[in-house]
Each structure stands twice: as structure tokens, then as C-alpha cells.
Design a protein around this ligand. Sequence first.
Ligand code: ZN
Length: 243
Amino acid sequence: MKYKAITFSYDDGVEQDKRLIEILERYGLRATFNLNSGLFDKRTSHSGRVFGFDAVFNNHRIPGDEICEVYKNHEIASHSLTHPILPALSDEEVIFQMSEDAKALEGITGKKIHGFAYPGGVGEYCNQRVADVIENNTSLYYGRTVKSTRSFELPKSLMLLDPTISHREISVREGLAREFLSLEADTPKLFYVWGHSYELDVDESVWTDFERFCELISGRDDIFYGTNDEVFRHFGLNNLTEE
Ligand SMILES: [Zn+2]
């Protein structure tokens, strides 16, 4: 049993995922990609400051007929049908957003969808009510937030699953990785990184740094590299909620 695991989680299903996947696969790393089936092939634009760069993100979401090929070596998970702020919706609307997305993704991939990431935005993007509604009315057994723990302990709740860090936290990213690599674990420890691949596109140096990070954490015999679902199964965390 490998007591240490590393997993990645990326949202929105944009074109830059292809470049990200090339890098991950060069180093034997595995990821989960959270997709909105109601937004396939859509173009959006927003601005922001990430990795110290001001940028306008002109994003193109991957068309639905490409996703099987693009994500074939990784896990596809849900990000809701159309990316609403879930706490603003009624229980019925939450169930519709999550179950319709999972159903559409399962139809395309022919594989069961196990989890999701809460669609984000300004204000409250997740809460216990929404988590409970999804847990009780869909077959999704885990849901990822965007709240960094900077900890390697297993999540207290799989339905409000806090990641270790965002890939954007470059001031601590490498230090935490080195700490994890040198950790002698005799209980399960998880290093969980999330992000949006388009953020890496703000500058070539950001891709280069990210690749260096991937190289650093790769190729260790004592680490299990898996998608979110594979890691939770590896640690036996999916058992309680398995149908
Ligand atoms: Zn999103």
C-alpha cells in the first residue's frame, strides 16, 4: 500500500487542457477534469491577474465530440450543466444541474461520472445544503471546493473536499511539494492540486515553472499517482457512498 498520493483537478474543459495533459503525461501524472456539458464549444472572455500577470482570458471550451479523445487517459467529472452559482438555486435546480450534466457526460464517454467541482464565481459557491442535496439525489460521491488547506491530511468531507493548494500558489507550491516528497507516511497522505489550465497561458514562463513542478513530484516509487476517483478508491474512501 502506498500511503502517499498525488492528484490534480482542472475545471471548465478549455483548449489549454490539451497542453496541460501533454505535460502531465510526460511525467506520468493523472488528473480529473470537471466539465460543463451545457457549455461545450462555447467562447468566453474575462480578465484577471494570475501568477503576477494581468491577462485577458479568451477561452474556448473543447467541443463535446472531442472530449473522449482529449481526456482518454484521465477522469472526466462534472462541473454542473451550465456553471451557475449553486447556493443561489433551489434544491430541484441543483439536482437538475448536476444530474443532467453527469447523464450527458456518461452518455458521451460511456463511463460512470463519480464526482464534481463546485462551479465558482463571486460570493458563496458551495455550502452544506447544496452538498447534502447532491449527495442524496445523485450518484456523485465527491465534490471539490477551492479552499486550500495546505495540508496533506485526507479530506474530512468528500462532498466538501478542500484541495491542498491551487496551482497559482507558487510561493508555497514547491516548498509543499518538497515537504510531501520527504514525508515518511504510515497513514494516508494526499497532495491535491487544482486550477484552470488557461491560467498557465498568461506567460510561457508560467508553463515552464509548472512543468518543473510536475517533474519534481513525478517518478517516486512510494507515491500513488491517480485521478481523483482512483486516489479515493486507493485509500478506500469511496466505500461508504458506493451504491
Ligand atoms: Zn468553473
